[in-house]
Design a protein around this ligand. Sequence first.
Ligand code: NAP
Length: 293
Amino acid sequence: MKVAFLGLGIMGRPMASNLAKAGHEVAVWNRTPGKDVPGTRATASPAEAASGAEVVWMCVSDTKAVETVLFGPNGVEQSLMEGMIVVDSSTISPAATRRFAERVKARGVAYVDAPVTGSKVAAEGGTLVFMVGGDQAAIDRLGPLFAAMGKKIVRMGETGKGHAAKLVMNLQIALIYEGFAEALTLAVKLGVETPALLQLIESSMVRSGVVEYKAPFILKRDFSPNFPLRLMHKDIRLALEAAKDARVKLPALETVEEIYEMATEDGHENLDYAATLTLLEKWAGVEVKGASA
Ligand code: NAP
């Protein structure tokens, strides 16, 4: 298929690369030039990338970025043609998505929100899980593209429901990770060796995908960004905003948000969100290590 891929960050670059490797004709664009992807055609604007494309796929930071890519100067809107499909794999506000979709659909173009879970490792391996909102017919047409980038699609409902589901997924990831980080910190303080604790977690009902993904990085003290703290912070805020609108109280997430606020004040926003552990360590006066010194 002819695809325009917009946004070549940690997630977008490997996603576009996997589309090209699967034989699709891919035109790419990134706000900051110089992030070319082998097997794709680099373009100078979202409008140029989208021109003649059957599908326009976005993966950019936040709600504002999606709005700019779609409707800003030289935005996708200029190149919309009836029958196209616009897909958004960024994590953004479900309410804004419904507004964007209405404007795009008025031009005879389908709009599918398809945020992902799996982080950098799954984006590179083509094993992302997509949570999707939109018309079934459009989703079916996207089948070969989903297959090139992911291992599973779950349809959550109409447009906007993919992003709603993504917020509740990241709410859980943020809380599970914070629970894990607090457990690691207290364990060190109580004299429990981290490798033994990890073995115990793996064998028990406490095991989780979050722990499996993050533990090897923590043991290496590698907090380079797979999922940057600033983006998880954005998602926590989006979930709190959605909860406020829906009159739902989320006391645990509110507390975790404060930890992200303090981590940001400490200058950790561009590290992985796993770096929130370092605050707990600082407060406790300990460091989580792979093996005893
Ligand atoms: P990233 O590495 O920070 O990349 C962000 C991308 O958005 C870059 O291409 C950036 O362009 C572009 N961008 C930012 N502001 C823009 C604007 N105003 N106009 C146009 N482009 C703009 O982020 P990422 O990790 O790839 O994440 C992308 C999206 O996927 C986010 O919504 C994130 O929450 C979501 N997500 C990430 C993960 C993960 O584990 N990393 C997992 C699931 C979902 P420049 O290069 O010019 O800065």
